[in-house]
Design a protein around this ligand. Sequence first.
Ligand SMILES: NC(=O)C1=CN([C@@H]2O[C@H](COP(=O)(O)OP(=O)(O)OC[C@H]3O[C@@H](n4cnc5c(N)ncnc54)[C@H](O)[C@@H]3O)[C@@H](O)[C@H]2O)C=CC1
Ligand SMILES: CC1=C(/C=C/C(C)=C/C=C/C(C)=C/C=C/C=C(C)/C=C/C=C(C)/C=C/C=C(\C)C(=O)O)C(C)(C)CCC1
Length: 515
Amino acid sequence: MVDLPEFKATSLDEIPARVSTARNAFYEHNTRDLEFRLVQLRKLYWAIKDNEEAIMEACAQDLNKPRFETNLGESGWLLNDIVFTTRNLRKWAKDEKASDIDLAFKFMSPKIRKDPLGTVLVIGAFNFPFQLTLGPAIGAIAAGNTVVIKPSENAPRSAALMQKIIEASVDPSCYTIIQGGIPETQALLAERWDKIFFTGGATVGRIIAKAAAQHMTPVVLELGGINPAIVSKNADPRIVARRMLWGKLLNAGQVCTSQNYLLVDKSLVSEVVQEFKNAYKEFYPQGAKGSPDYARIVNEASFARLKSMLDNTKGKILMGGTMDEKELFIEPTVVQVDSVDDSLCSQESFGPFIPILPVENLDEAISLANGVQSTPLGLYPFGNKADVEKIVSCTRSGGVSCNDAALHIPTLPFGGVGESGYGAYRGRSSFDVWVHRRPITSSPSWLESILAIRYPPYAGKISKFNAASALRPDFDRNGKKLSCGWLRCVFTLGGGSAKAGAVRATALAANDEDA
Ligand SMILES: NC(=O)C1=CN([C@@H]2O[C@H](COP(=O)(O)OP(=O)(O)OC[C@H]3O[C@@H](n4cnc5c(N)ncnc54)[C@H](O)[C@@H]3O)[C@@H](O)[C@H]2O)C=CC1
Ligand SMILES: CC1=C(/C=C/C(C)=C/C=C/C(C)=C/C=C/C=C(C)/C=C/C=C(C)/C=C/C=C(\C)C(=O)O)C(C)(C)CCC1
């Protein structure tokens, strides 16, 4: 067995000084250097790689997470994330030529610099403790920020191991871990940050957003969702059951993207239920409890919450339903319910419940889903192409996975909308979310005679200015688009009035002479 470090909360007195060290480090400007960032990420890669066994053990102790799930969803996920980031960082960080700039301003060489935000805070979650804590931090490091990381105290073994990994690998003045629960998080929230990234529930999400507002701090909130799966009469019951069961057995359903309830065309319900039973037997021939491939609920409080949800259902249990409090085990459980107001549908379960509500048709399903929560994190439509397109175009959600569970492409932007949060990361978005797109222009001295139009005295300058810069609408008063013949486009150098085109042409000529 691997020896794991002990979880120890950071002293409250120490927190301001630790944050201040990270803030001062930002102003030493080392993190501006791309090579510095790349070296940090590469060192972090090897620290994670060298601790893969320990990560397995920590996740097993915190959540009884199966080795396969830890490999794919935690250590392997992060290792790939780092390699993908280090391979692409130079390209992402490059100054971007500003697009859609009017000719008159092109001479100022407008560009967009991807500036680090400064000193940022990442508050991680318990359910994928490594992925959802170090994942956002990888993007923050890549973008040139100094970073303070607060892992979830609800996965203490993983939190302590992350501290060991971070302290052994990256620059301690730039990147640091604060451990603890509510008091420590509140002490962190009292500080001024340049961005806060939080993964967790909506209740704490609101507390974070309010605290951040005091300092005008931008926030990313990766929250959960009461995610619907909508199954049309044209869906394949076997595919529905296997994929939806996977969506709920992964980490025993403690995944923000997992479906919370299924709205199934009533003609398909009995077949879908039978296929759930078949899939369950295939995935866990000896039952989930005896299998090494099934996680446990994170703690007693979560177990009690889930138990009361099941105790309060008015539905009929059709599969599973067993629990063991000592082991924090809850079996994957299919329940047929008769209303979306049932205790299993109306709240986010964050556990292995699979409530099924029979519906008349797609219209009813869409209307019910929009009524339960109109902006969930994930949406899972099952059916033919026309069915899924109809569902997608009549709903909103952070992301959609058609005919499947979860939102799982690791480099696709990932984030919520409305109640499921805001801001997105993963892949290139993990870099973009941590930078300020800083526009930079540079006005050459030779432009002075042209720029002089902006200085007083203003008399007689309005018409000249408008002639040079006002854009002529390509639509009429009824909102109808006017056609733009190619000749006109040539004469106006890309649009606008002919006069404006002439002025632009003059300016171009002046530029050519200067060159
Ligand atoms: N990715 C997601 O969408 C996730 C969603 N969740 C949802 O959130 C629920 C609760 O999960 P938890 O891990 O307990 O997450 P949470 O939403 O309670 O957040 C826990 C974090 O917030 C801090 N915190 C808690 N109360 C606070 C307060 N009053 N002031 C300041 N900081 C506070 C804790 O120290 C910890 O760092 C889950 O049952 C699930 O529904 C949880 C984990 C991930
Ligand atoms: C293998 C070959 C091929 C390709 C096969 C494919 C496409 C396999 C796909 C497998 C997938 C999607 C596996 C996913 C596993 C995911 C795990 C274990 C866990 C992930 C956890 C996540 C992302 C948790 C997130 C939680 C969040 C955000 C939260 O709670 O807040 C080819 C290409 C067909 C070729 C042949 C071989």
